[in-house]
Design a protein around this ligand. Structure first.
Ligand SMILES: NC(=O)c1ccc[n+]([C@@H]2O[C@H](COP(=O)([O-])OP(=O)(O)OC[C@H]3O[C@@H](n4cnc5c(N)ncnc54)[C@H](O)[C@@H]3O)[C@@H](O)[C@H]2O)c1
Length: 316
């Protein structure tokens, strides 16, 4: 199949594009930035917030041709940055609108990237969080609010136009093509940078516990969902999936794993969580297991040492 990936120069887009190409599919990427990680697939440069109306094989004013599906990943993905500049969340929603319009006009199924942020702060608890627990009244940040609005818009396209879609709620995806610290401040790489340079490691939230997803697991779940959606599987159409590992890890534990891999002793300083941050999340991945056959392979105890060792071999 030929797949249009938006946000294809980003972390998940790059990894997904490479995985699809290596299994014989054709990929066309679209992003406002060139891809600095790979030349495995072409990237059309375009701004998806544009008002230019999508049309026959056209999105963001750029020609991408005929595709079998679109995976919409493009977004401003820094949650805290959108607390400071909420207009960025509105731009995310504009991109989703353009992606959905492209899917409608070209009659192709669409996967939308959402986030565990949509659950808000449910607080520390016994049970993992299932897909039905998202509620717009608990939106912790403009980023989360607009992800929920985008999910609602996709659902309306299904009802009004019969557009097949799936929503994937990612959670702290890490592991490859994500250590461009000058652009994004992913927790693992921020910690890694502090540890290797001997600076104190600031952790926002002593109790903060999150569900970290190794990139190959995230891509595996995404590809499983994509192939089923394109094949018209009714279990996947108009469905929402948590894709995560399904276990929680404290940020302090993550810092210790990174330091252990580097054979260094971290100087950890704990501060309060920042406004808009989720402080506890463990995903219930039962639905993804049942409908997609998703079975994550890499816990943080393996994934973080692997990611850090790979980064060290690149001199990072
Ligand atoms: N990585 C995670 O842990 C995680 C967790 C939850 C949700 N998500 C969601 O998954 C998706 C992909 O995340 P990612 O980690 O690959 O993010 P990323 O920032 O690495 O990639 C997003 C890409 O979108 C592009 N983009 C931004 N504005 C654009 C515009 N106006 N026009 C065209 N392209 C534009 C960026 O240039 C970037 O390459 C995002 O929607 C994000 O919100 C990611």
């Amino acid at each position: 199949m030929r797949v249009l990936i938006t946000g294809s120069s980003g972390q998940i887009g790059t990894n997904l594009g490479i995985a699809l190409v290596s299994s014989g599919h054709d990929v066309i990427g679209i992003d406002v930035r060139p891809n600095s990680w790979t030349t495995a697939f072409p990237t059309v440069r375009a701004d998806l917030t544009t008002d230019a109306q999508p049309g026959d094989g056209v999105i963001g004013g750029a020609k991408v041709g005929t595709v079998d599906a679109i995976v919409h990943l493009a977004a401003h993905a820094k949650v805290h940055a959108l607390v400071e500049r909420p207009r960025g969340a509105f731009e995310n929603h504009a991109m989703v609108t353009n992606a959905l319009e492209f899917a409608r006009m070209n009659s192709v199924p669409i996967i939308l990237a959402s986030s565990r942020e949509v659950y808000g702060n449910l607080g520390r608890r016994e049970n993992p969080v299932s897909e039905t627990e998202a509620d717009f009244r608990s939106s912790p940040s403009p980023y989360a609010a607009m992800k929920l609005a985008s999910e609602a818009l996709a659902s309306s396209y299904f009802r009004c136009y019969g557009l097949p879609y799936s929503i994937i709620r990612f959670s702290n995806v890490y592991g490859r093509y994500d250590d461009d610290l000058s652009r994004l401040e992913r927790a693992i790489w921020v910690f890694n940078d502090m540890i290797k340079s001997g600076r104190p490691v600031t952790v926002f939230g002593a109790e903060k516990t999150l569900d970290f997803t190794y990139i190959d697991d995230a891509v595996d779940g995404l590809v499983r969902c994509l192939t089923r959606l394109v094949d018209g599987d009714p279990e996947v159409r108009a469905s929402t999936f948590n894709l995560a590992h399904g276990t929680g890890h404290s940020l302090i534990g993550v810092v210790n794993l990174i330091a252990m891999t580097r054979n260094l002793q971290p100087d950890i300083r704990v501060e309060s969580s920042r406004p808009g941050e989720v402080t506890w999340y463990v995903a219930d991945i039962t639905r993804a297991r049942d409908a997609l056959g998703y079975q994550p392979q890499t816990p943080v105890t393996t994934g973080i040492p692997r990611a850090i060792t790979e980064a060290m071999s690149r001199g990072s």
